[in-house]
Design a protein around this ligand. Structure first.
Ligand code: ASP
Length: 304
């Protein structure tokens, strides 16, 4: 029975398309690629692909990753410019025994060699926002200030499981800064025998807990996707709080090998979309205060 889950409201239309592919007997890989490309190509989503908000130098640096849960191979690009669909480059890199994670120029050269479409990812709107931000004296870096990663997990009828991520990273980041999204174990992980997980939020914090690997490990030891998301996030939040820090801004999604899914967040509300045995819907995970991050997936609404 196919299943699919993705982060944020912006993933909804893409997930609908991806899930239709699964229902028609298509592969998890095609579902994930189609769903993420839909978000990357939409200039209205200013944290992923075309129209993504620039780094401090006014350029858009892209991070993306792909993991095949049946082979445990991954591919990814980081800090790369002008690749119209970073997820396609990540997918093409997945399976290489060496050189599967390419940064900057190397990633761009690979995309060109593969014949992938290139484009300037900036729009008039994103450049205007960047110029406006440059005028501000006190700039604050915030993972959720108009900034999210699209993460997708799909399981198909052939038992194949894939996770993909794509983001332009933090608005006004330092050129060269890389978040969790292309980092295996942190931004994503997938082992088709047990499940997959992916994260969005402040990459610098997510990486400290290797959150996605931890969630899959918990599912391997018998936790449900919801329990695994909550426990992994709770442990990291607990460590942060005991170090005198705040909870941070982090949200996670997961799916097990049976296609059951779950999510958790430190936010008041974290929207995600999912489908299994039914048409895709939007749901919300709700976070709590001081270490009580996460709750299960209450339905947010049926239509986008
Ligand atoms: N995780 C992303 C990063 O740190 C940003 C986000 O998901 O909001 O680059």
């Amino acid at each position: 029975m196919p299943a699919m889950i993705g982060t944020w409201q912006m993933c909804f239309e893409g997930l609908q398309e991806g899930y239709a592919i699964l229902q028609n007997g298509g592969t998890a890989g095609d579902a994930v690629q189609t769903a993420i490309m839909r978000v990357e190509d939409n200039a209205d989503y200013n944290s992923v692909g075309f129209g993504g908000l620039p780094a401090a130098d006014g350029r858009v640096y892209l991070d993306a990753a792909w993991m095949d849960g049946n082979t445990l191979h991954m591919g990814g690009i980081m800090s790369a410019e002008n690749i119209r669909n970073p997820i396609r480059a990540a997918r093409l890199l997945c399976g290489r025994e060496t050189n599967c994670l390419l940064a900057g120029r190397g990633a761009e050269r690979f995309a060109v060699e593969q014949g992938l479409p290139m484009r300037d990812m900036r729009t008039e709107k994103s450049l205007a926002q960047w110029r406006e931000e440059l005028q501000k004296a006190n700039r604050q870096m915030d993972a959720y200030r108009e900034h999210d990663t699209v993460c997708m997990i799909a399981l198909d009828d052939h038992g194949s499981m894939i996770v993909g991520t794509s983001t332009s990273g933090l608005f006004m980041k330092e050129p060269g800064r890389v978040g969790d999204s292309p980092i295996i174990g942190s931004g994503f992980y997938c082992d088709a025998r047990f499940g997959a997980a992916a994260a969005t939020g402040l990459g610098e914090d997510i990486m400290r807990g290797c959150l996605s690997y931890e969630i899959v490990s918990l599912m391997k030891r018998g936790a449900s996707p919801d329990e695994a998301c909550q426990q992994a996030l709770y442990e990291l939040v607990k460590s942060k709080v005991s170090l005198g820090e705040d909870e941070g801004s982090m949200s996670v999604i997961a799916m097990n090998a049976q296609g059951q899914y779950g999510a958790a967040t430190t936010l008041r509300i974290f929207p995600f979309a999912a489908a299994k045995n039914a048409q895709p819907r939007l749901y919300a995970a709700r976070g709590g205060k001081a270490g009580h991050a996460a709750s299960s997936a209450a339905e947010l609404k049926n239509e986008p």
